[in-house]
Structures are given as structure tokens and as C-alpha cells.
Design a protein around this ligand. Structure first.
Ligand code: 5AD
Ligand code: FES
Length: 363
């Protein structure tokens, strides 16, 4: 059966939800390898064997939201809150530019106050001015108004990441307090498209109570929404969160299972969505040293090296075991470059590496 389905993929035939579910349920080592190899062929054909770097600037851990799974949720009193100043953010972006990263991602906890929106706007304009418009900038700042999204776009950001987290509204409710509204989040994705961003979304995998059918629906949701980029990763408990406290830390077996599920989702998403950009989430590396390279081998084509100043890193911990907390940006650059070259891929230095899907849907 696996062989039969993968041959369909090689012939570019669409898969039914049942076949998508079948692939997500694979557990036999050989069959899994066949799935990963097939996804890699699809990646090579549609987006090439190039890994694009996006330097991630984690500019603030202040957050008005209280998601039950996230380490920087507002109720977590053990977090030392920080907010980088303008100069620091611009400095990190310029570091990324000078180190040949084609683009950066500015990410933070969610804040909607005017002072913060204005700060981001100023930073965007300064980055654009300092790099002659050459450094691509992605925002990942959560749910905002249409007006805020528009201002970000006008100040120079061209991509936006907003994970839907799960597309099952019932599960969404269990992961969030009552005032975190699934429909509002979904609407934000529509607003991002409307305001002209390349839009990325994604989900958490391996959540308590999540079924394979949920994951099938997650993939179909991303396809139906015609999204350009995917950023998704395994859920990893954080000890200072309600969800993390309800379950003991992962055993080695649980880590392995979470990793396999993460890789399967990347592979099947590549097979179904084909020409989108897919990031190998840092969370994969929290489960296994070479997790991010494994992600690339299963169909991902984007890596987000951390370019945040080392002093801030220990305060931006969304899940336990987050890698690279003691490293600096140069170390991560060297480390990831070696890791990627070791699997025979090239790095798309100095390129924006826009989603081929976006190019197609807009020309
Ligand atoms: N495990 C894995 N990913 C997490 N995120 C937040 N908390 C966790 C966790 N415990 C992810 C969310 C968010 C992204 C920035 O980090 O999916 O969208
Ligand atoms: Fe940061 Fe390897 S990616 S040290």
C-alpha cells in the first residue's frame, strides 16, 4: 500500500484524505524511510535542494496571551521579561545581513499597544535603510489588527508567520483560555493575505488529545488556505506551564515518538503542498541533536538560525530543552552550515528565498 501511494505521489497525483492519514500512521522503519525519500524527491523537484536561512531575532518575551503550553505565557512568573531596544534589534538584523542571511524573522510574544507597534515600524524602516532594502524581513508578532498588519507591510516586512496551532476548534479551546478565539486567529490569516504578505502558518504536533484525523485536517487546512509557508513543530512540555505540569517530562521513547511524528508531518505536508517553504523547526533539535537536518531530509527547506544576542536567549524559552541557549550567533551559523553541508545541500546565502508557491499565485 505504501509503495502504491508513493508511486501516485511520484506521478503527481493528488492524495485522498484517507491516503494522507495512512501515511501519517506509518510506523515501520523501512516504510518511513520510503516516505521521507519520496518527500525529498518532491522537495528537489518543486523547490530544489537548497536550504534558506532566516536569522531569528527574538526581540521580546513580553506577552499578553496565556496559552497553556507556552513557556513565555503571561502567567509564568519565573520568566524574566525583556524588551530589546531599537538599536539592539537593528544591530542583530545587520549582523544577519553581513553574514549573508537573505532574511530575518522578528519574533516576540504578543503585544498590541501603540508603543510596541511603533517600535516595530521604526525598526523595520531602519533595517531597510541600513541594508538598502536588501534584507528580507518576516514578522512573527501574533494577532494584530488589519491596520497594524498594513503598517508593517508598508514599513518593509513582506512575510508573516502566524501558527494556527491546531485547526480543531475543540482542541484549540483546551489549549487556550476562553478569550483566545480560534475564529479570530483564523481571521488574522485572512487579513495577512489581504494586506499582501507571504503568509506562513502551522500547527503543534503530538498535543495531548490530538488525533491523526486532526493532523490530516491541519494539512488540508493549509492547502485550502493556499498558504505560502509552513512552520510547524512537535509540542514539547515546558515545566512552568499548566500543560507541562500535567504530564511528566518526555522519556527517551516519547522524544523519539515526537520526533518521528514531526518528521512525518513535514514529509506529508511537502507531498501534499509541494511548492511551499517549510521550516525545520528548532523544536526538532530539542528532541534530537540532528533533528533539524533530519527535517531537511524529510522535505523542509528553511532553517531559522538564532541571531539573538546570547544574554537574551535563556529568557526566550517556549519549551524545555531549547537548543543553542549558550551559543552565540556565529556559533549557530557555523554549526548549522556544517550540518547542512554534511547532508549534501547548499545554503541559499544572500537570497530572500521566497516561497515558489507565492511566486506562482501572484504572477
Ligand atoms: N512546544 C513546542 N512549540 C511551542 N510553541 C509554544 N510553546 C511550545 C511548546 N511547549 C510554539 C507555538 C508558537 C511558536 C512561536 O512556538 O506553536 O506559535
Ligand atoms: Fe546553534 Fe548549532 S544551531 S549551536
Amino acid at each position: 500500500m505504501t509503495d502504491h501511494i508513493l508511486k501516485k505521489v511520484d506521478r503527481d497525483e493528488a492524495l485522498t484524505p484517507d491516503k494522507i492519514r495512512y501515511l501519517l500512521e506509518l510506523s515501520d522503519e523501512k516504510e518511513l524511510q520510503a516516505l521521507y525519500d519520496c518527500a525529498y524527491r518532491v522537495k528537489a523537484k518543486y523547490v530544489g535542494k537548497v536550504a534558506y536561512f532566516r536569522g531569528i531575532i527574538e526581540c521580546s518575551n513580553i506577552c499578553i496571551k496565556d496559552c497553556y503550553y507556552c513557556g513565555i505565557r503571561k502567567s509564568n512568573r519565573n520568566v524574566k521579561r525583556f524588551q530589546m531596544d531599537e538599536e539592539e534589534m537593528v544591530r542583530e538584523a545587520i549582523w544577519a545581513f553581513e553574514n549573508e542571511y537573505g532574511s530575518v524573522v522578528i519574533q516576540s510574544g504578543e503585544r498590541q499597544d501603540a508603543a510596541y507597534i511603533e517600535l516595530i515600524e521604526r525598526v523595520l524602516r531602519q533595517i531597510k535603510a541600513a541594508t538598502d532594502g536588501k534584507l528580507g524581513v518576516t514578522l512573527s508578532l501574533g494577532e494584530q489588527t488589519e491596520e497594524t498588519y498594513r503598517r508593517g507591510r508598508e514599513a518593509g516586512a513582506h512575510r508573516y508567520l502566524l501558527r494556527i496551532e491546531t485547526t480543531n476548534p475543540e482542541l484549540y479551546k483546551k489549549l487556550h483560555p476562553a478569550d483566545h478565539d480560534f475564529e479570530a486567529r483564523k481571521n488574522c490569516l485572512a487579513l495577512l493575505k489581504k494586506t499582501g504578505y507571504q503568509v506562513g502558518t502551522g500547527v503543534l504536533m503530538g498535543l495531548p488529545g490530538q488525533t491523526t484525523d486532526d493532523l490530516v485536517n491541519d494539512i488540508l487546512f493549509m492547502k485550502d488556505l493556499d498558504i505560502d509557508m509552513v512552520g510547524m513543530g512537535p509540542y514539547i512540555p515546558h515545566r512552568d506551564t499548566p500543560m507541562g505540569q500535567a504530564i511528566p517530562p518526555y522519556t527517551d521513547e516519547q522524544k523519539q515518538a515526537a520526533l518521528t511524528l514531526g518528521l512525518k508531518m513535514i514529509a506529508v505536508t511537502r507531498i501534499v503542498l509541494k511548492d511551499v517553504n517549510i521550516a525545520a523547526a528548532t523544536a526538532l533539535q530539542a528532541l534530537e541533536h540532528s533533528g533539524r537536518e533530519m527535517g531537511l531530509k524529510c522535505g523542509a527547506n528553511v532553517i531559522m538560525p538564532n541571531v539573538t544576542e546570547t544574554e537574551f536567549r535563556p529568557n526566550y524559552v517556549l519549551y524545555d530543552n531549547k537548543p543553542c541557549l549558550d551559543e552565540n550567533s556565529s556559533m549557530c551559523r557555523g554549526c548549522l552550515t556544517r550540518r547542512i553541508q554534511s547532508i549534501g545541500e547548499t545554503i541559499g546565502f544572500n537570497q530572500w528565498g521566497d516561497s515558489k508557491h507565492y511566486e506562482k499565485r501572484t504572477t
